[in-house]
Design a protein around this ligand. Structure first.
Ligand SMILES: Cc1cc2nc3c(=O)[nH]c(=O)nc-3n(C[C@H](O)[C@H](O)[C@H](O)COP(=O)(O)OP(=O)(O)OC[C@H]3O[C@@H](n4cnc5c(N)ncnc54)[C@H](O)[C@@H]3O)c2cc1C
Ligand code: FES
Length: 261
C-alpha cells in the first residue's frame, strides 16, 4: 500500500468555502494519474481514525494539490493546519480516467469539487476540448481560469443564473450531444444526480462517458467493502465493485444506479 508523509506547503482559501492545499510529495506527485485520489489522515481526529479521500487536483514538480470544501469535522480541522504540518497520506489510489486516444472530442463535465480531477485530466489528455461547469451560484463554479489557461473552451451554467447560462450543466451538455455534433467522449465528476444525468444522455447519444463516483470510504484500499457499487457486465450479469480500488472511474453503461430516476 503506498503510504507516506507529506508536509503542507500552503493553504489558500478559494471562493465558495473551498481551500487549495499544496503538499510536498515528490513520489506521489510523480506516480499520480488524473482521477486518482489520496486518502488523508487528519490530525486531531484519532478517535474515529478514518482517513478522508480527496481527488488529485494537480501533480508535478514534487508537489501535489487538492481542492477541498469544508463540509464537516475533518475538513474543518484540515483548514486550520498551518504550513509545515506533516500529514499521513495514502496514495495515489484508484484507477484514474482512461486517457482518450484523441479521435473523439473530449467533453469534461464538472460540478462542485468534481472539477478538481478534471483540471488534472485536462493537462494530460492528448486533445483539448470543451469543459462544462455547473454550480448553484457563481461562487460554486471553480477553476475556470485553470481550464482557459490550458486552452480548453469553457461553458458555465448556474442554477440562479449568476454566471453563464441559467440552468443545469446537463442542459449545456444536451446541446453538445445533439445530432450533427462531432463524436464525443465524456469525463465527469460531481454529485450523483449530475453523474447519472450525464450518463443517461451519453448512452442515448451513443457516447462513452467515464464517471467518477463519490462514495463514502473507510479503508480506501478495497478491504472493508464500505464503498461497493453494482456494475452490469456486457452479458447482463451483475458484478460488485469497490469504488476505492476498482474505481472511482466507471463507464456509464456499467453503473447500476440504486435509487429510482
Ligand atoms: C474519490 C473521492 C474523491 C473526493 N474528492 C474530493 C475533493 O477533491 N474535494 C472535496 O472537497 N471533497 C472530496 N471528496 C469528498 C470528501 O472526502 C468529503 O467531503 C470528506 O471526507 C468530508 O470529511 P469531513 O470529516 O469534513 O466530513 P464529515 O463530518 O465526515 O461529513 C460531513 C458531511 O459530508 C458528507 N460526506 C462525507 N464524505 C462524503 C463523500 N465521500 N461524498 C459526499 N459527501 C460526503 C457527510 O455525509 C456529511 O453530510 C471526495 C470523496 C471521494 C470518495
Ligand atoms: S473503502 Fe474499504 S473497500 Fe472501499
Amino acid at each position: 500500500m503506498p503510504l507516506g508523509e507529506a508536509a503542507i506547503l500552503e493553504q489558500t482559501p478559494v471562493s465558495g468555502g473551498y481551500c487549495l492545499l499544496r503538499l510536498a510529495a515528490p513520489e506521489l506527485a510523480a506516480a499520480a494519474q488524473p482521477g486518482q485520489f489520496i486518502h488523508l489522515r487528519i490530525p486531531g481526529l484519532e478517535t474515529t481514525a478514518l482517513r478522508r479521500p480527496f481527488s488529485i487536483y494537480r501533480a508535478g514538480a514534487g508537489e501535489l494539490a487538492i481542492l477541498y470544501k469544508r463540509v464537516g469535522r475533518g475538513t474543518d480541522v484540515l483548514a486550520t493546519l498551518p504550513a509545515g504540518t506533516r500529514l499521513s497520506v495514502m496514495g495515489p489510489l484508484g484507477n484514474g480516467f482512461p486517457l482518450a486516444s484523441g479521435d473523439r472530442l473530449p467533453i469534461l463535465v464538472g460540478g462542485g469539487y468534481g472539477v478538481a480531477p478534471l483540471v488534472f485530466l485536462a493537462t494530460r489528455l492528448p486533445r483539448k476540448g470543451v469543459v462544462l461547469l455547473g454550480g448553484r451560484r457563481a461562487a460554486d463554479v471553480l477553476c475556470i481560469a485553470d481550464f482557459e489557461a490550458l486552452g480548453w473552451s469553457v461553458e458555465v451554467a448556474t442554477q440562479d443564473g449568476s454566471l453563464g447560462t441559467e440552468g443545469l450543466v446537463t442542459d449545456l451538455l444536451g446541446r453538445h450531444l445533439d445530432a450533427g455534433a462531432p463524436p464525443a467522449e465524456l469525463f465527469a465528476c460531481g454529485p450523483d444526480g449530475m453523474l447519472r444525468a450525464v450518463g443517461t444522455r451519453a448512452i442515448a447519444a451513443g457516447c462513452r462517458a467515464w464517471l467518477s463516483l463519490d462514495h463514502h470510504m473507510v479503508c480506501g484500499i478495497g478491504a472493508c467493502l464500505a464503498c461497493v457499487q453494482r456494475l452490469r457486465e456486457a452479458d447482463g450479469s451483475i458484478h460488485i465493485a469497490r469504488v476505492c480500488k476498482d474505481g472511482p472511474i466507471f463507464e456509464a453503461r456499467t453503473i447500476v444506479w440504486e435509487d429510482p430516476a
